[in-house]
Design a protein around this ligand. Structure first.
Ligand code: FAD
Ligand code: NAP
Length: 336
């Protein structure tokens, strides 16, 4: 296990905000985890993958464990499904590319999501009508409190919209080490989302074709974190009651919303755009010009400026629509 004191995390977060961490541990294998537990002696520790869903403070007064465990394999296959095992430190998009290159269906709609495999179950990553929980077979983790390696079934992971047990009961206690996925060679295209609908009647669809189209759409719309600091959608899409939806719909007939059982999911980007924040810049931070749900860092700024902008957006949306935007990106304070 490599250890670095007073580590600079500027390149460990896609916002590229400077962050000085007390100590950074690099976890390269399962064997490093008991050593980490010994070092921590129950002190708080932030588990870090690619840093694409974090807003880090300037000074982080706790330990950080960067998960870098590698490896992937096809465990077994029958005529209905392929079981794959992939380690937490693998890059998610590279893993998607690997699966589609083998003709496997299941995660092609999740192409080009930044970050690591280990973080994917934490928020049950989702895009274009597919969620990771659709294909999860098991999640393995190391429990920092008990020192055990444990495997959870999808039910035990308590997956829901951008949510799992790793954000609640097991937050900061479970280091995800490996994930088991069930994919299939049987064609199963998921093309219900607007930009993908035009491919519904295409012949010879393959997972590689869909992954490439998803990547193309994303590149045309979302800022590349390598060029402009961001962490994707800053807020979750809020779910509201039918009664509340009717009130909003009456005042704003053009509201973008999708039915969810007896409730409605509002497009948070639309709410932010409607209160005139789209494309707004405040010094070193701002709201992306093509997707108002993405807050950006132009460089040379501090994360507290972005946090202040996020708060202003929340307050304006709340006072206009009576809707509280919940943050999807993890923000500080974290430790203690
Ligand atoms: P980090 O940011 O490092 O960590 C995120 C959370 O997971 C933290 O709470 C951290 O403690 C925890 N964590 C990380 N690794 C582990 C581990 N091994 N064990 C336990 N806990 C861990 N998300 C979507 O769902 N859908 C999208 O379409 C999407 N698009 C995005 C587009 C852009 C341009 C960007 C920048 C982000 C996007 N995201 C999207 C958000 C982000 O990519 C995902 O949440 C991703 O899974 C985060 O991975 P990471 O490795 O960077 O996690
Ligand atoms: P979009 O197509 O502009 O749509 C706006 C919102 O409407 C999305 O957030 C999506 O919700 C919802 N939506 C669209 N079509 C829908 C349908 N047919 N049924 C139900 N809900 C629908 O969104 P976008 O920004 O370009 O993103 C495209 C996809 O990538 C979305 O799934 C989005 O979640 C995902 N994405 C996520 C992040 C992140 O950081 N979390 C960043 C970029 C993109 P859902 O979000 O519930 O799908």
């Amino acid at each position: 296990m490599k250890t670095e004191s007073n580590a600079d995390l500027t390149h460990f977060n896609t916002f590229a905000f400077p962050c000085d961490a007390k100590v950074l541990y690099s976890i390269d294998s399962d064997e490093d985890l008991p050593l980490l537990r010994q070092e921590l002696r129950n002190a708080p520790c932030l588990i870090l993958g690619g840093g694409s869903n974090f807003l880090l403070p300037e000074k982080l007064d706790c330990a950080v464990a960067h998960i870098n465990i590698k490896g992937k394999k096809l465990v077994n296959e029958n005529d209905r499904r392929c079981l794959l095992e992939v380690a937490a430190g693998e890059n998610w998009h590279e893993f998607v590319q690997w699966t589609v290159s083998q003709g496997l269906w299941g995660i092609e709609n999740l192409a080009l999501i930044p970050g690591s495999v280990g973080a994917a179950p934490v928020q049950n990553i989702g895009a274009y009508g597919v969620e990771l929980s659709n294909v999860i077979d098991w999640v393995e983790f190391y429990h920092l409190k008990t020192g055990e390696f444990i495997r959870l079934t999808p039910g035990e992971c308590q997956f829901s919209y951008r949510q799992s047990i790793f954000k609640t009961e097991l937050k900061d206690a479970a280091v995800i080490t490996r994930v088991g996925l069930r994919l299939t060679r049987t064609p199963n295209p998921q093309l219900d989302y607007g930009p993908l609908q035009s491919f519904q009647h295409s012949d010879n669809l393959t997972p590689a074709f869909i992954a490439a189209k998803v990547a193309e759409i994303r590149q045309s719309k979302l800022p590349d974190p390598g060029v402009l600091g961001n962490a994707g959608s800053f807020f979750k899409n809020p779910i509201i009651s039918d009664e509340h939806y009717r009130v909003i719909k009456q005042a704003f007939p053009d509201v973008i919303a999708y039915p969810q059982q007896k409730q409605w999911k509002l497009a948070a980007g639309w709410l932010i755009e409607k209160v005139n924040f789209k494309g707004l810049r405040k010094g070193a931070v701002g709201v992306h010009q093509h997707q108002a749900l993405v807050l950006v860092h132009f460089g040379g700024g501090k994360s507290e400026q972005l946090l202040a902008l996020a708060k202003e957006i929340q307050q304006t949306v709340q006072s206009t629509f009576g809707v509280l935007l919940e943050k999807e990106v993890r923000t500080y304070p974290f430790c203690g």
